[in-house]
Design a protein around this ligand. Sequence first.
Ligand SMILES: NC(=O)c1ccc[n+]([C@@H]2O[C@H](COP(=O)([O-])OP(=O)(O)OC[C@H]3O[C@@H](n4cnc5c(N)ncnc54)[C@H](OP(=O)(O)O)[C@@H]3O)[C@@H](O)[C@H]2O)c1
Length: 270
Amino acid sequence: MRVLVVGASGFLGREVCRRAVDAGWSVVGTCHSGDISAPGVTARRLDVTDRAAVRALVAEVRPDAVVSTPYRYDDWTVTADGAAYVAVAAAEMGARLVHVSSDALHAGRPEPYADDDPPTPVNAYGAAKAAAETAVRAVDPGAALVRTSLILGEGSKQIQLSRDALAGRATLFTDQIRCPVDVTDLAAALLELVDSAYAGPLNVAGPDAVSRAELGLLVAERFDLDAAGLKTTTSTAAGVVGPTDVRLDSTRAAGLLRTRLRGVREILAR
Ligand SMILES: NC(=O)c1ccc[n+]([C@@H]2O[C@H](COP(=O)([O-])OP(=O)(O)OC[C@H]3O[C@@H](n4cnc5c(N)ncnc54)[C@H](OP(=O)(O)O)[C@@H]3O)[C@@H](O)[C@H]2O)c1
């Protein structure tokens, strides 16, 4: 299996590469402003907003599969257009595509979201992730669209945000509920999906729903940090427009995949 990991310098992309190398796959990974120093990974620089460059690289690598992870929170061109260009290039080569999407394309509501629930974005990032999905599906109806939630693990920016809030340098919202997933579980799930014919959206997140503030308390417990300093508020009070209560129902993924998706309490257990 020859796999092209687009965004291999990122938190998730790095773990996908590591596991793909361990599985004996031939791995080409792309970076943009960062670097890739993973053993066994052939590194290539790529700007996904450059349509011609994306097509040229995919045509040169001729991968059996492409795992597409790039995004920039505040950059529509990277998150939406870039995902579309990767899908076009993969389809031209007949490569299997696994595209990484997000729970951020939902508005938030008390009931959990099913895999096929249509996007209801409330901010620019969610809209870009929704647009990316629409483009990918239009180009390649056979692509897997993996909707995930807060990604935890060593080097996670979500854990760092909790640490910052515990140190009084950031504030965590009590009204943003998510279903965190471990980066190793998510990467394993993505590789399983590469090897499958699953088409369309699939929720791949942990079974435990917690607020960002509750995540902060779990991080404090896990790393023996003083929870007394935790700064919290609501997104409404902070004037932040974003999804509130977004619980991804990952029952389908749990039945489909060998990888067990652990909940946040198990991930952060001491
Ligand atoms: N992190 C989370 O908690 C979370 C939650 C839900 C969904 N997701 C989704 O999961 C995916 C991966 O997230 P992550 O946390 O691993 O992100 P990350 O660590 O920020 O990595 C982002 C990747 O995108 C690449 N990139 C940015 N601009 C690019 C450009 N113009 N051309 C090519 N590549 C570019 C970066 O390359 P350089 O660093 O080399 O510039 C990096 O490899 C994203 O699609 C995100 O929407 C993440």
